[in-house]
Write a protein of this length. Structure first.
Length: 279
């Protein structure tokens, strides 16, 4: 008998590539969970910056307050910064995330100064307004939907059993936060989420659209803010490789809105055919 599938953790990352916020419940919207990756740090070329190039970004913690997001640096003596929920300027810039370009709004000068000092390079903070379109990849998306500043899709789900299996293969275990999921579930076999096509969490229907290809960001230790070796990519490459890409987790979309909460039951309605992954 298959064990029940239960939503066990919910995470958002309001500012792309900065710290996670763990939630007990979250509002599902078209672009993803509310507040997830609606803010972005850009360089002087208006291009996104992430922990792939600046692993010290992991040292900036983000919490939610009534006034906005609060940023603190774990190792530098900087006063906390409050990022308002809405931009304080009308300065539109065209920003680049991977191959996508979209219009975003500069938040304020205070955020730009704080982040530049915290990160050690000229940085600015922008917000993605609802009016700025960015469609998910139509090669995989079952319907049109806008995405936030996430890499490609609104949600990422990973099974706890998948991480548990990976950790039995690693020299030292890694935490789930290395993979920056939105949704984590308990129950089921390792990597079961690979095959999910249509599934429900609580009362909402979701679609698994594409396994998530992993990159060097997974080698950043979020506690140290530095790349600490080749794991877990080295081990994942021995059994989770397909077409020269390494996969862990499933990208997900929905065309519904509502609330998810920890403890919600997951029901798999239909599955995709299994793809063999190897070296």
């Amino acid at each position: 008998m298959t064990s029940a599938l239960i939503l066990s953790e919910i995470f958002i990352y309001p500012i792309k590539s900065l710290g996670a916020i763990r939630l007990t419940h979250a509002q599902v919207e078209e672009r993803g969970l509310r507040y997830d990756r609606r803010w972005l740090i850009i360089d002087d070329n208006n291009r996104f910056v992430t922990q792939r190039s600046y692993p010290n970004m992991a040292l900036i913690e983000v919490t939610m307050t009534d006034m906005g997001l609060q940023l603190r640096h774990r190792s530098r003596d900087l006063s906390a910064l409050i990022v308002p929920f809405q931009p304080e300027t009308f300065d539109l810039v065209t920003v680049t995330v991977w191959d996508d370009q979209m219009e975003a709004v500069i938040v304020n000068d205070a955020s730009n100064r704080w982040l530049s000092e915290a990160l050690g390079f000229s940085a600015r903070l922008v917000y993605l307004p609802d009016t700025s379109p960015r469609l998910a990849d139509s090669n995989y998306a079952p319907f049109d939907a806008n995405v936030s500043f996430a890499d490609g899709f609104p949600f990422l789900i990973i099974g706890q059993s998948s991480l548990d299996d990976l950790n039995t293969r690693l020299p030292e275990p890694v935490s789930m936060i290395r993979f920056r999921p939105n949704l984590v579930f308990e129950g089921g076999m390792p990597y079961d989420e690979d095959q999910w096509y249509e599934f429900t969490i609580g009362k909402l229907t979701f679609f698994g659209v594409k396994p998530c290809a992993r990159c060097i960001l997974t080698t950043v230790d979020p506690e140290k803010g530095e790349i600490v070796g080749k794991e877990p990519l080295k081990t994942l490459s021995t059994y989770r490789k397909l077409n020269n890409k390494i996969f862990f987790g499933q990208n997900v979309m929905t065309n519904q809105s509502g609330v998810l909460k920890i403890g919600d039951e997951i029901q798999v309605v239909s599955r995709k055919s299994r793809q063999t992954m190897s070296e």
